[in-house]
Design a protein around this ligand. Sequence first.
Ligand code: PRP
Length: 211
Amino acid sequence: MDLHVANHPLVSHKLSVLRDQDTPSPVFRALTSELVTLLAYEATRNIRTEDHQIVTPVQTTVGKKLAKPRPVVVPILRAGLGMLEGMVALLPSAEVGFLGMVRDEETLQPSVYAERLPENLSDRQCFVLDPMLATGGSLLQAIRFLAQKGASDITAVCLLGAPEGVKAVEEGTKGLKVTIVLGALDEKLNERGFIVPGLGDAGDRLYGTVG
Ligand code: PRP
């Protein structure tokens, strides 16, 4: 597994505003989108392209275009939905699949409640979006889901990660080509499985609390 942690002052600045408990949802959503576009630049570094002849006003030359089959972007509902717009801004031709997962607040175990993905993901580069990599349970389950459908090249884009989650994903995905791109690697998890210092519950901060 490859891990990339953004090392960029704009990412740190925008993340600090997200972390601030007084930042309201509309600002939180706008900043999440901006951050994802910045992280997407790193996440798509190895996206497959193919040569393509073009004619400039001066001469004919060989350019690049995204290779087929098209990449697949998979936001993990609910919070990952807040990252979708920022990602497709950079990858407008990507296909989008959805995975709905929720983490039990007591056991911290994730479960899948919705799935709408292409049946066959072999040869497709997949980009999983989830703002928080806490225990890693949700991301690990999502990666396994995609791998079962044939995906062999999976990149996860997360705003924040905890060392515990990074380790769990690394240990649980041996043999798969997995990359994690993080806005920041935080200190640890607390006893409730929240990232510290973190930003709280990303889903609630984006969309409000659900009963
Ligand atoms: C949060 C978060 C991740 C997951 C991270 O989702 O958005 O999906 O928990 O935790 P983990 O790494 O320990 O699995 P949550 O279950 O709160 O659902 P939501 O997105 O609907 O708010």
